[in-house]
Design a protein around this ligand. Structure first.
Ligand code: S3P
Length: 426
């Protein structure tokens, strides 16, 4: 679907409630499905990825009912049943990698399949450590489909080269059913929703700086309220900072410190965001974010431990950097090439079409601002939801209309995106 977007002629104003966090929604369904007892999950994501997870656990015999579009009831005895058909993870890397950790230690075999993009994403990063735990997994040269032969697993002490929450979560979930203890160490701390939610549901789990240790545990179901997604809020944070005269509030945003890299970068860039009403819910920080336009953004360096804290926000941060004076350099983000698309290559090729001054590097990109976004071009979203929404955000200040091919991919994480832009636009 080709979506056309044109320059806004007034600032964004008012208030929106940001929909549920995708990472937490996946985990809420997965962990409640392997927990004992009944629970209610409120504010579940409407994105297609999280629905792939939900359908898989139904297929694995868990009783999951919708009370309304965003409220689920899950009733489980904590024991999964084999599925005699393949488990379809759709476009979702989180689904594939996390459930692999759950399925590797079951007493039955499973097959996980996915769409074309998912079937290109690297799975060796989970196959290697799971194999060290005693798992048996067949893949197509390190890619899905994955055939997971359920085995008795044993704990490992694993140091990962990657700071990846998906890999960490996969190993910790396998550790819940493994003999002995499992420790996962990463170079920088990646998002810790798994650790927080497992702790909330009673697992024996401890974090010490960059290491997490889990011991075999039985989870007890508990009601979960899912916070709003800072990765979805990111498009609005950037829109508010670049569309002149904007001043609005984004409500119910998850503020877990392992996810708020974008807020730190915006502050370094001299952008105007403030947090109101911060509190905790179901183990996570949450609050409202006020965004106000100002005309004095400046570039900065984004690298090292910043990266896992804003990995999904980098495409829209590129749009922000195009409106900042001087240079913005993103380094150490090579794993962006392994997302739903090669986000470095695709971002650079498409933003160049609308005259953003951006150069590709092996592990990131360099942007020289401040440029006028020209527009008047058709951009390709490469079946990547976050690229589609980043390009739309750029279109809000482009001199001429922008076309975005494949805009329907926004349904993967944020079907409400355009409607919320329109709400702030009155
Ligand atoms: C996610 C972790 C990140 C992120 C993805 C969601 C998660 O991936 O990019 O969108 O929910 O654990 P990596 O673990 O591959 O960095």
């Amino acid at each position: 679907m080709l979506k056309k977007v044109s320059k806004l002629n007034k600032g964004l104003k008012g208030e929106i409630i940001i929909p549920a966090d995708k990472s937490v929604s996946h985990r809420a369904v997965m962990f409640s499905s392997i927990a004992r007892g009944k629970c209610i999950i409120k504010n579940f994501s409407s994105g297609a990825d999280c629905h792939s997870t939900l359908n898989i656990f139904r297929q694995l015999g868990v009783n999951i009912e919708f009370i309304d579009a965003k409220t689920l009831s899950i009733n489980s005895d904590g024991i999964l049943k084999p599925s005699f058909t393949s488990l379809d993870a759709g476009n979702s890397g989180t689904t594939t990698r996390l459930i692999s950790g759950i399925l590797a230690g079951q007493n039955f075999d499973s097959v996980i399949i996915g769409d074309e993009s998912l079937s290109k994403r690297p799975m060796k990063r989970i196959i290697e450590p799971l194999t060290l735990m005693g798992a048996e997994i067949d893949s197509v040269d390190g890619h899905a489909p994955l055939t997971i032969k359920g085995r008795k697993l044993h704990g490992i002490n694993y140091s990962s080269k990657l700071a990846s929450a998906q890999v960490k979560s996969c190993i910790l979930l396998a550790g819940l059913k493994a003999e002995g203890e499992t420790t996962f160490t990463e170079p920088y701390v990646s998002r810790n929703h798994t650790e927080l939610l497992l702790d909330y549901l009673g697992a024996n789990i401890k974090t010490d700086k960059n290491s997490v240790t889990v011991k075999p545990s039985i989870l007890e179901a508990k009601d979960i309220n899912i916070v709003g997604d800072i990765s979805s809020a990111a498009f609005f944070i950037v829109a508010g900072l670049i569309v002149p005269n904007s001043d609005f509030v984004i409500k119910n945003v998850g503020l877990n410190p392992t996810r708020t890299g974008i807020l730190d970068v915006v502050k370094r860039m001299n952008g105007n965001v403030s947090i109101i009403n911060k509190h905790t819910d179901s183990g996570e920080y949450v609050g409202d974010i006020r965004v106000q336009y100002n005309d004095s953004l400046k570039g900065c360096i984004i690298e090292g431990e910043d990266i896992p804290r804003l990995i999904d926000e980098l495409p829209v941060i590129a749009v922000l950097a195009s409106q900042a004076e001087d240079q913005t350099i993103v380094k150490n983000a090579e794993d962006l090439r392994n997302k739903e698309s090669d986000r470095i290559k695709c971002l650079v090729s498409e933003l160049t079409k609308i005259e953003v001054n951006i150069k590709e590097t092996s592990d990131g990109f360099i942007i020289n601002g401040k440029t006028k976004i020209k527009g008047g071009a058709e951009l390709e979203s490469y079946h990547d939801h976050r690229l589609a929404m980043s390009f739309y955000t750029a279109g809000l200040i482009a001199d001429q209309e922008i076309g975005i091919n494949g805009f329907e991919w926004t349904k993967i994480s944020f079907p409400e995106f355009e409607e919320l832009v329109q709400r702030l636009n009155g």
